[in-house]
Design a binder for this molecule. Structure first.
Ligand code: HEM
Length: 190
């Protein structure tokens, strides 16, 4: 069930938002729901980020020139800051090369192996019949390592995302495909 949370004032953070903002009927979220939401964010945000960072560091160790490029770009950004001044959103927007490298890392070594879905209609794909209601597991590597989507998928090429390169949102691309229910290279079980 979806409810709209209504808040008169800007919240300090997500926890204070969930605690202090009622829904459109004036009802506050239960403690159990708030705890569930926070645990979801902790899990979804922590493990994915830490695994991606680990894979990034491994990749940079294997590609010293790419590491040097990132270092140089960050030194330039740091040199534009006053002593003690924090990075802000504009600085992060300048880190395009770093972002392209991370997008590459997520293609070559996807931090998420896949996830479950349920077929909401009968699906026929490449001779396989998947009845409505069956559980499916989509696999990230089978999409990101498909050379039709990313040529030379196992080669680190941060430049592929420059100019008119593919959008660096592999998960969004996967979701789009999944929503069409056609990219199911998958084991399934009932
Ligand atoms: C490299 C970092 C990340 C990767 C690779 C990643 C990947 C994904 C994927 C593949 C899904 C879809 C899961 C599914 O539909 O079954 C997902 C959902 C989600 N992610 Fe991330 N994520 C990352 C970072 C984060 C961060 C930092 C946050 C929040 C702080 C976050 C919050 C969420 C939430 C709330 C969902 C929806 C979960 C749901 O619908 O049950 N993610 N993420």
């Amino acid at each position: 069930m979806r409810v709209k949370i209504v808040c008169q004032q800007p919240s300090q953070d997500i926890l204070s938002h969930l605690l202090s903002c009622p829904d459109e009927n004036g009802k506050y979220m239960s403690e159990l729901l708030i705890a569930n939401n926070i645990l979801l964010l902790l899990f979804a945000g922590h493990d994915t980020s830490s695994v991606t960072l680990t894979l990034l560091i491994k990749t940079l160790a294997e590609h010293p020139q790419v590491y040097q490029n990132i270092l140089q770009a960050h030194i330039e950004i740091a040199s534009s800051k006053k002593e003690g001044e924090f990075l802000n959103w504009d600085d992060i927007q300048k880190m395009k090369y770093s972002w392209n490298v991370i997008a590459e890392v997520m293609i070559i070594t996807p931090p998420i192996l896949g996830a479950y879905r349920e077929a909401i209609v009968d699906i026929n794909y490449e001779g396989y019949h998947i009845p409505k209601g069956w559980k499916l597991y989509w696999n990230t590597g089978l999409t990101s390592l498909d050379p039709e989507i990313f040529p030379n998928p196992t080669r680190l090429e941060p430049s592929r995302f420059e100019e008119a390169g593919p959008a660096p949102y592999i998960d969004a691309r996967l979701s789009a495909r999944l929503n069409q229910e056609i990219y199911l290279e998958i084991t399934y079980s009932k």
